[in-house]
Write a protein that binds this ligand. Sequence first.
Ligand SMILES: Cc1cc2nc3c(=O)[nH]c(=O)nc-3n(C[C@H](O)[C@H](O)[C@H](O)COP(=O)(O)O)c2cc1C
Length: 262
Amino acid sequence: MISRRALRRGLLLVAVAVVAGCSGPQATATLEASPSTAATSSLASIGDGTLPPAPTFAPTPVPTPTIPEGYTMELPPPRLDSDVSLEAALAGRRSVRDFTSKRLTMEELSQLLWAAQGLTNRWGYRTAPSAGALYPLEVYVVMPDHVLHYLPSHHRAKVHMTGDRRRALQSVALDQTAVGDAAAVIVITGVFSRTEAKYGARAERYVWLEAGHAAQNVLLEAVAIGLGGVPIGAFGDAAVRRVLKLPGDHEPLYLIPVGHPA
Ligand SMILES: Cc1cc2nc3c(=O)[nH]c(=O)nc-3n(C[C@H](O)[C@H](O)[C@H](O)COP(=O)(O)O)c2cc1C
């Protein structure tokens, strides 16, 4: 005869096992193996409800054109607090299409990419929700000297292409100047097959919804750090893919030019 207490304990153990089994693609082992300890150790504590102290750092310029394709760079750890409340960011968000020529710092880039898809706990869950925690979104950022591909698991950015692709991207987005003038264009792409494997035809809806979540995160984060941005849906899919040499299954979903408001 099993006591009620033993039964409860058994159920609890099963629940823990199920939660562990539902972990996203970036599991604990990956996180702990990361050499980016500054970022991962602070992120690992978030799921426990303990917020680490905000790091303080001097602004670092984004590296120059000498960084070759394939190189992976560490991003500064994201700040996890700010003087701007969520309500103030919501009230202050407006589509910004005119930017100064000022570039982003590594810290600003780090915040924007983390807001889009950064990890928020040790199991690899992220800032934006994802159907089945399957994480179909891949995020790129088009900057004056590079196109970077964000690697959420270690909060790093890999140089996908060298050179300035912003004007070429503008030309395939109805020549909207916001795209060419922005300090950075965040490009949200989706790999539909990741979500289709579990949800079949419903996946198409889910991936688009997720792009909306990630885009809003970027836009609100931009406000919180004194930048502005605009979500752009008017572009040629195949042309964007060609301009940015995206892998065949990375479907462009959204462009978000971000910069210092003019
Ligand atoms: C799905 C979607 C696509 C959009 N595409 C564009 C676009 O291609 N170009 C543009 O300038 N603004 C675009 N916008 C921004 C809207 O024009 C803008 O959100 C709207 O005018 C409301 O202004 P607000 O964002 O300042 O509140 C888009 C917005 C959404 C939600």
